[in-house]
Design a protein around this ligand. Structure first.
Ligand SMILES: [Cu+2]
Length: 405
């Protein structure tokens, strides 16, 4: 079907090109020059302008009707404000669009060239200048101030009762971290990032394991160097390169040792709090009606955590944690009932083109009653692994496993 439409369009364009050619040839026969345009031609062009305006407006209205409501009602407290802001903007833009385009096409129609008519000429008009400077200025200021008010409401400090969740991005998946019993997130450091510790959480055991790992690597390099140095001819550049590698590994080790020597202040320090953090892949669970402060981190490149149903989006930036707060107001179950779709799920997806599998970098967001949420959280394994009463297997990352292969 699409191919057919395309074919008709292409043939139409060819036909028009041919007609123009024929027209040009006949003009040659009629001995009129190209710049001589008859009043009839002018009138026809003016009518075409009007006709095009009507088609253009009808198409625009159709687009609004067809695609205007592409999301269900907002499922977060601030989402209602965001929708209001969006609607106000869209209405202002739409009204301007119709006024400007109407004037554009109507004037082209009304003032098409006629021999006996002369245009009025004036070089300057203060009133006109005032109108087209002040009105856009006031409208723009309103849009910006209104937008900033809503933005500050979303990104302002969270209340003391707010729960905190970390959303961690890397190519190409999301990891969610809950702070565990002590309600304090454990510190993280990029030097400790490994396959088992993608978030680089700092724990005593983690540091010890990493140091042992680096020691083994350094030892291996040294042995290799000694063995090869016994050979009669060995390029000095090779020795230098290996020595450089050893030096780098030692530096890396030193940085990790610095972490272990960190002296915590009194009370529970974030350097000790990581062991009971809960790390979940593939799903983000949140209780309904509770304020949540999100903290976003990224391991590799810019990603963007986009939750369209909650009207929420925030970039995740390597090295710079970002944040915002929101309060989910409709549970997944309620939304399924509202939409009449049993398989509906909220999603969190990446909204920055971040690499080859960007298209599938998404997880389910599940909003549930506080009781259900607590029961679910209790099932999740802790990072330290010790205090986990987990009978259930780890969350399956159904969306993200398929895409990598
Ligand atoms: Cu991404």
């Amino acid at each position: 079907m699409k191919l057919l439409i395309l074919l008709v369009i292409v043939l139409g364009i060819i036909a028009i090109a041919q007609l123009t050619r024929v027209y040009e040839l006949t003009r040659g026969l009629r001995k009129t020059r190209e710049e001589e345009i008859s009043p009839a031609d002018n009138r026809m062009n003016a009518m075409l302008m009007l006709a095009w305006m009507i088609v253009f407006f009808l198409c625009t209205i159709w687009l609004y009707v067809r695609y205007g409501d592409y999301l269900p009602e907002p499922a977060s407290a601030h989402g209602v404000d965001v929708d209001k802001l969006m609607n106000v903007n869209i209405w202002m833009i739409t009204i301007m669009f119709f006024i400007v385009n109407f004037l554009l096409f109507w004037f082209s129609y009304k003032y098409y060239y006629r021999k006996d008519r002369k245009a009025r000429f004036f070089a300057h008009d203060n009133r006109l200048e005032m109108v087209w400077t002040l009105i856009p200025g006031v409208v723009m200021a309103f849009i910006i101030v209104y937008g900033l008010i809503i933005w500050n409401r979303m990104t302002g400090p969270a209340s003391d009762e707010a729960m905190r969740v970390e959303v961690y991005s890397k190519q190409f998946d999301w990891t969610v971290r809950y702070p565990g019993e002590n309600a304090v997130f454990g510190a993280a450091d990029y030097n400790l990032i490994s396959t088992e510790n993608a978030l680089g959480l700092v724990t005593r055991e983690g540091i010890a394991v990493k140091i042992a790992e680096l020691d083994a690597q350094i030892e291996k390099k040294r042995e290799g160097l000694e063995e090869n140095a016994r050979l009669p001819v060995w390029p000095a550049s090779y020795v230098e390169a290996v020595e450089d590698q050893i030096y780098r590994l030692q530096r890396h080790k030193q940085r990790i040792m610095d972490l272990s020597e960190f002296k915590s202040p009194e009370g529970l320090s974030e350097w000790e709090a990581g062991a009971d953090d809960k790390i979940v892949k593939g799903e983000l669970h949140l209780p309904v009606g509770k304020e949540v402060e999100f903290i976003f981190r990224s391991q590799d490149v810019l990603h963007s955590a986009y939750m369209p149903h909650f009207r929420a989006q925030m970039n995740t930036v390597p090295g710079v944690p970002t944040r915002f707060k929101m309060t989910p107001t409709i549970t997944t179950r309620e939304m399924r009932e509202k939409l009449g779709k049993d398989d509906f799920d909220y999603i969190l997806l990446c909204n920055k083109v971040c690499g080859s599998a960007h298209f599938n970098m998404q997880i389910k967001v599940i909003i549930e009653d506080e009781a259900d949420y607590n029961a679910w959280l209790a099932q999740q394994k802790t990072f330290g692994g010790a205090a986990a009463p987990a009978a259930e297997p780890a969350q399956k990352d159904t969306l993200t496993t398929a895409m990598v292969n």
